[in-house]
Design a protein around this ligand. Sequence first.
Ligand SMILES: Cc1cc2nc3c(=O)[nH]c(=O)nc-3n(C[C@H](O)[C@H](O)[C@H](O)COP(=O)(O)O)c2cc1C
Length: 331
Amino acid sequence: MLQLKNLTIESPLFLAPMAGLTHTVLRRLIMAYGGMGLLSTEMLAATKLPRENAEISPYLVRSAVETPLSYQLLVCRVEDLGPAINALHGLRADAVDLNLGCPAPFVRRMGAGSKLMESPAKVRALVAEARRLTSLPLTAKIRLGEDLDEAKLRDFCLMLEGEGLDLLTVHARLRGEAFCRKPRWQWVGKVKEWLTIPVVANGGIFSVDDARKCLAESGADGLMIGRAAAIKPWLFAEIAREVYGASIPAPEVRLPVLYLEFVRILIESFLPERQLGRLKEFTHYFAKNYAFGHQLASAVQPSHSVAEARERALAFFVRNDPDNVPVGVDD
Ligand SMILES: Cc1cc2nc3c(=O)[nH]c(=O)nc-3n(C[C@H](O)[C@H](O)[C@H](O)COP(=O)(O)O)c2cc1C
């Protein structure tokens, strides 16, 4: 259990913010299995957030079961924080996260994400202002930096803590390191030693075994899981049970049922033009559950509608996983 300000986080497991993936649909599926500590939105541009319509915006649609939910801000100017945090208060955010680690070129060109780690003074001002503006738990997510520089990373992390951050998540890779590179979980352990606030480890956790190894190497206070959440939305429940001893039922997984449920909630939650891209993005990850999953991903990819994508996915399930296809699903 972690206590951040007034927020009690029952399970030290965190959903990683992921653009195009960590929307209401995936979050609802994850919550159905249990084990989750703190959910997250994808990164939300602070400049656009105040104008988003929470009733229909795919970034903001949220159901009652998605609690607690942290909202991640992509922000690089202090003056954008006021309106953005105001909007988050209106949305009943449970926590506010600052994106300090995104390496995407379009984000860096804005001077945001991982670019900010090169300007500690700017980050100090952002964190100080965010702290002044909200009494919600304030967290940040970083990578290890441009290169392995212990002193620089230490100063940066201590500065964040000094400005009133409540929790820090460390994606255990350098800014330029690809996902295929093994994460440097020991470096999360270094950060953990420097700070007194909780430190959460992120990167490369795909199984209960990975979770155990990451905890052993990092000594982290919690684990944040990204891509594996879209592959196995039940992984949080497994880790909560097997690593943290939570008394929740063992997840019962029927992949075709889960996929069809994703499609159902997708249609229920988003405007038609916001559905197909998100289904394709999810399918790219979910397909990894099957030995010939690339066939599922490439069958769904060229679809022109959600109905077509669903039909193509169903044909794959009938061929590859017939025992788990619900009876009468095509009626
Ligand atoms: C499709 C995708 C979108 C992502 N979007 C974000 C984002 O919006 N904000 C962020 O801080 N990190 C983002 N990330 C990085 C993840 O939060 C996480 O740090 C990374 O995937 C490593 O964790 P994992 O190995 O568990 O996936 C994204 C990653 C992926 C794969």
